[in-house]
Write a protein that binds this ligand. Structure first.
Ligand code: ARG
Length: 569
């Protein structure tokens, strides 16, 4: 809507003591469409002009009467508001021509050109199954990746694997004590995970285990060949497993730089922190006091010399800035790590890095299943792979029932099943906890991916039936699209570009997800009232163009959420 707002700014500027830019900022969308398409509230002018807002609105409408812009038909005062009505023909022409011309590029811009965004997402922990808790990071992070890319940013997806830390000592001890090669090979990640759980169970009885694990981790840090061999083997086996999931989801990372990647930089970090005088020794450990900032102290080195998660994150942040010169560095990580990121960013600031302000934690709530919150320690976990396969199987059943004659049921089932999981996550405000409900996520008439995908497939089917119809835009088509539902649909379609920008700015793919529900709804309302095929030739043609533009918006929008838009389902 920006170009239409700008025009109002230009129309009003000569009549009020405000800049065009300020005017466009003030514009609001009226609560009812009968009230117009955009409203200018006159309250802020009242003290300046010493008149009531209503009198000002009234006067402005008189001044503007007879004047019209390229897109604005009229401006009418109502109470303290000056309501603008779009010229539906000019607006329809402009909007639809643009969508049908830009096609797959509609919604994309280059506002981020020349700037890099690092997106740290997914980041599972090695030798633990890819738990459902990581799915939110994966799905939200990937959507942000796609959205920022659509805005012309250079996106660098980093999978900050949890591939370092004392848990590797535990795993090595467990494997050396109880490990079985054949079982490991049969199902590596599951098996390693069971060993990890066993370690914790046994460690409750056997006090020596923890100490032994610390020793092995120490050996690993010192480059002991046996320890390193276990480590790299476990890591690779886990990665192979995660990659199957990423392949299924169509996700590729630029880098798999896990925590271990920064090992060689940690001494430098410790030195830097000491040089800057922000750290102090406390009982042999090295800590940074953050009390003046209302935060608990951060430990960067334990008394046995071992570094910590946050030490590696400091190294990673510096590395990322030096390597990618990012405009922003995003961390898509659960809300339970809020404190960690507050400490991290504060330390970067204390170290004097001006780019510390460009580091952003993108938190999200938990996914809850009936089993309650899942923790790998307790051995109670739902595997993402199982969740995805289950969603696909359920979609397969529904499609079998709804459309038994469909030629390629399998791709439709994959699109709908994966779409359900992704959208179920993305459509909610990310900070809220999500209760994943299978039936709801796959409801074709609910607020789901399937609902949007179904609208898309339906349009494709109408377009197939209209085979041979000329579908290039011509300006006269807009004059036929004046029914209320048609106008409403065009208005929704015009919003995609700003919704993409808003999603990026607020780091909320949910804005785009909710918008796509509106598009599908707008289409269904239209289709309910306005037959497409079989109406008179000019009208049919105009409506085919309208639904073709709708199809494009749905496909582009779903694409930015990482969700497929099948042509048939
Ligand atoms: N591996 C961590 C976890 O599962 C997430 C890492 C997030 N990224 C970071 N740079 N700290 O909790």
């Amino acid at each position: 809507m920006q170009e239409y707002k700008d025009e109002i700014g230009r129309l009003l500027e000569p009549h009020v003591k405000l800049t065009a830019a300020r005017i466009t900022e003030l514009l609001e969308v009226p609560p009812e469409p009968q009230l117009g398409d955009l409203a200018f509230p006159c309250f802020s002018l009242a003290p300046v002009l010493k008149k009531s807002p209503a009198a000002i609105a009234e006067e402005l409408s008189r001044k503007l009467s007879g004047q019209r812009g390229a897109f604005w038909e009229k401006a009418v005062s109502r109470g303290p508001y000056l309501n603008f009505f779009l010229d539906p023909v000019a607006f329809g022409r402009n909007t639809l021509a643009r969508i049908l011309k830009e096609k797959a590029d509609y919604g994309r811009t280059n506002i981020g050109k020349g700037r890099a965004v690092v997106i740290d997402y997914s980041s599972p922990n090695i030798a633990k199954p890819f738990g459902i808790g990581h799915i939110r990071s994966t799905v939200i992070g990937h959507a942000l990746y796609l959205i920022y890319q659509a805005l012309g940013y250079r996106c660098i997806g980093v999978n900050h694997l949890g591939d370092w830390g004392t848990q590797f000592g535990k795993l090595i001890v467990a494997y050396r004590r109880w490990g079985n090669e054949a079982e490991l090979l049969a199902d590596p990640v599951n098996y390693l995970y069971r060993l990890y759980v066993k370690f914790h169970r046994e460690a409750e009885e056997d006090q020596e285990l923890e100490g032994e694990a610390r020793l092995w981790f120490k050996k690993l840090e010192q480059g002991n060949p046996e320890a390193c061999q276990y480590w790299s083997r476990f890591r690779q086996m886990s990665l192979d497993n995660y990659n199957q999931i990423y392949d299924l989801l169509g996700i590729k990372f630029e880098y798999y730089h896990g925590e271990s990647h920064y090992n060689d930089l940690l001494d430098g970090v410790i030195r830097l922190v000491q040089e800057k005088g922000i750290a102090r020794e406390s009982e042999g450990a090295l800590i940074v006091d953050l009390e003046p900032y209302g935060l608990p102290p951060a430990m960067l080195r334990k008394k046995d010399g071992a570094t910590l998660y946050i030490t590696r994150d400091i190294a990673a942040a510096i590395y990322r800035y030096e390597t990618f010169n990012f405009a922003r560095s995003l961390y898509v990580v659960g809300a339970e790590q809020k404190l960690h990121f507050q400490q991290l960013f504060k330390i970067l600031e204390l170290l004097g890095f001006p780019w510390a302000k460009d580091c952003v934690h993108i938190p999200f709530g938990l996914i809850r299943f009936k089993e309650g919150r899942m923790s790998t320690r307790e051995g109670n976990i739902i595997f993402l792979e199982e969740v995805l396969q289950r969603a696909i199987a359920m979609a397969r059943e529904i499609i079998e029932e709804k459309n038994p004659g469909l030629a390629d049921k399998e791709s439709a089932a994959i699109a709908v099943g994966l779409g359900a999981v992704r959208f179920g996550d993305l459509s909610n405000d990310r900070i809220k906890d999500v209760e994943f409900d299978w039936d709801k996520a796959l409801d074709f008439s609910g607020e789901t991916a399937a609902y949007i995908q179904y609208a898309h497939a339906r349009i494709c089917s109408i377009l197939r039936k209209a085979e041979g119809a000329e579908l290039t835009w011509s300006d006269d088509a807009a004059a036929h699209l004046l029914q209320e539902e048609e106008r409403a649909l065009v208005k929704i379609l015009a919003l995609l570009p700003e919704k993409v920008i808003a999603s990026a700015e607020a780091y909320r793919p949910s804005i785009l997800a909710r918008y796509l529900i509106d598009v599908a709804r707008g289409f269904n309302r239209f289709y309910h009232r306005c037959p497409v095929l079989g109406s008179d030739a000019a009208l049919q043609r105009a409506r085919l163009l309208l639904i073709d533009a709708t199809r494009q918006v749905l496909a582009n929008g779903l694409g930015l959420l990482g969700i497929a838009a099948p042509e048939e389902m």
